[in-house]
Design a protein around this ligand. Structure first.
Ligand SMILES: Cc1ncc(COP(=O)(O)O)c(C=O)c1O
Length: 483
């Protein structure tokens, strides 16, 4: 979640005040402002620097800070830029909900990463300080990544280390893979609902997106076959294991069928294996790439979820010419992922810390998932759980028909609760109102409290809706008139 920037808020308040002051007027000193805003001197100084960078104030060393001349405050006119840039590729509204959504005060009932207490942070601190002392951490690695780390991921997927490329996180892996596997204007098929970041990645690669419905067993393969015929898509984006947002696992029968279809249509399957280390009940399903013989599957992995979002470390596994092209064009994008991060990831994955962390994580996630399921069942029975996930961190619920997910999400946000609006997980219109919950970011007690508060918000909305509609009258032509 985004760290609420206190300095920015102070700068905003001062900016409004400055607008009413004459040029040359002296502002109160830092100490006085610190008292007024109950903020540290460093925070107030940061706010003043921001205003100075905007040309709104002028600092005179030893004398204080003064309102700048008005001439320096004329608003820039950027309107020409929109005309020069043309239509935006990436849907800004969808993008605004990824990564930096909410404040630290929000209770995260929907969030894509684990709470700090579930991450191996203390081990990471130790591993990182050791890694900082290696000369290797301060030298470049090849663009495709360090040989040692590539070997670790190669062993996970039983591929040759030369088929692995290290990248900075799953999102970058998706954009990079889509850009290499398809040309702008080509179609990528996604299961629906799907991860909004993949939709954004496809948009930023200039691809047309076609969606195919999915259920608890993954993408509907007959519909996929029709869509491949219709669109001649070159890439199918799937999350075969514990999909975000539904928790679905692609069934063994459908895995076979997806691979057959990819072969028949000469298409790639981009397998987003983000939840590889997040199985809760039983063994994790195998990866799709491990069942693929002829290089149709390109797999993307991230450590952001299971190890640390701040590592920004992921990998792409691709065989044949697709892998060669990706590795060749890698240097056009980035010369290498920060070697220190690669070193830390390698040391973490190969130490005894990793299996222990996974074991603890499984137990903690099970407890939090069960807390979420039981809170929803007892406090919010009108929200229908679509299926209880056996891994991952997300749970998908359906609201009663006619509910407004955007109104619910906005009301929850205003009351300090983050919950995911199902609309953002569909490329097109959602077939029904859905909400996404996550169980990796809040404690069982917070989950229970958050769900009961959310249930009250939803009940309040339903009550208001019922009252409003009883006040509506339908006229002879079927038009609704408010009384
Ligand atoms: C399904 C899925 N894939 C990929 C990512 C990207 O993860 P990263 O933080 O490694 O970029 C996310 C993050 O939310 C995700 O949910």
């Amino acid at each position: 979640m985004f760290n609420d920037n206190r300095a920015a808020l102070i700068a905003e308040t001062l900016q409004r005040r400055i607008a009413k002051l004459p040029a040359g007027e002296k502002l109160p000193g830092v100490r006085e402002l610190s008292r007024e805003f109950q903020a540290s001197a460093a925070t107030v100084s940061a706010a003043l620097s921001e205003l100075s960078a905007l040309g709104l104030v002028r600092a005179e060393p030893g004398r204080g800070t003064f309102v700048a001349e008005r001439a320096q405050q004329t608003e820039p006119d950027f309107t020409w830029q929109s005309q020069a840039l043309g239509p935006a590729r990436v849907d800004a509204d969808r993008a605004s909900r990824l990564g930096g959504y909410g404040t630290p005060d929000h209770l995260p009932l929907s969030w894509g990463y684990l709470a700090p207490e579930l991450l191996p942070n203390e081990d990471l601190h130790r591993i990182a300080s050791r890694a900082a002392k290696h000369a290797r951490s301060w030298a470049m690695t090849p663009a495709v990544g360090s040989a040692e780390l590539r070997r670790v991921f190669a062993a996970e997927y039983r591929v040759d280390p030369s088929d692995v490329m290290i990248v900075s996180g799953g999102q970058q892996a998706l954009v990079f893979a889509l850009r290499t596997l398809a040309e702008p204007g080509d179609t990528v098929i996604t299961e629906s609902p799907s991860y909004p970041g993949a939709i954004l990645a496809a948009q930023s690669a200039g691809l047309t997106i076609a969606s195919v419905p999915a259920d608890q067993d993954g993408i509907l393969v007959e519909r996929l076959a029709d869509e491949l015929e219709r669109t001649r898509a070159r890439v199918i984006y799937l999350q075969p294991s514990y999909a975000n947002p539904t928790g679905a696992v692609l069934s063994p029968e459908r895995r076979v069928k997806v691979l057959e279809l990819a072969e028949r249509h000469g298409a790639f399957v981009l397998e987003d294996d983000w939840a590889r280390y997040l199985n809760i009940d039983g063994k994790a399903p195998g990866s799709l790439i491990s069942a693929d013989q002829h290089g149709h599957v390109v797999t993307v992995l991230t450590l952001s979820k299971s190890a640390s979002p701040g590592l920004r470390l992921g990998a792409i596994v691709a065989r044949g010419p697709a892998g060669e092209r990706m590795r060749a064009s890698r240097t056009a994008d980035e010369l290498c992922v920060a070697p220190m991060m690669q070193e830390i990831a390698h040391d973490l994955l190969t130490s005894s810390v990793w299996p222990k962390h996974q074991k603890r994580l499984r137990l903690e996630l099970a407890e939090r998932r069960d807390a979420l399921v039981s809170a929803l069942r007892s406090f919010a029975p009108s929200l229908r759980i679509q299926s209880v996930p056996k891994g991952g961190i997300h749970l998908w619920v359906r609201m009663p028909q006619g509910s407004s997910t955007s109104a619910t999400v906005a009301a929850a946000y205003a009351e300090g609760i983050l919950v995911g609006d199902g609309r953002h997980f569909f490329v097109d219109e959602p077939p029904a109102p859905f909400l996404r919950f996550s169980f990796g970011a809040a404690t069982p007690a917070q989950i229970s409290r958050g769900v009961s508060q959310l249930a009250r918000i939803i009940e309040g909305q339903a009550g208001r809706l019922a009252r409003d509609s009883s006040e509506d009258r339908v006229d002879f032509h079927g038009n609704t008139a408010r009384q």
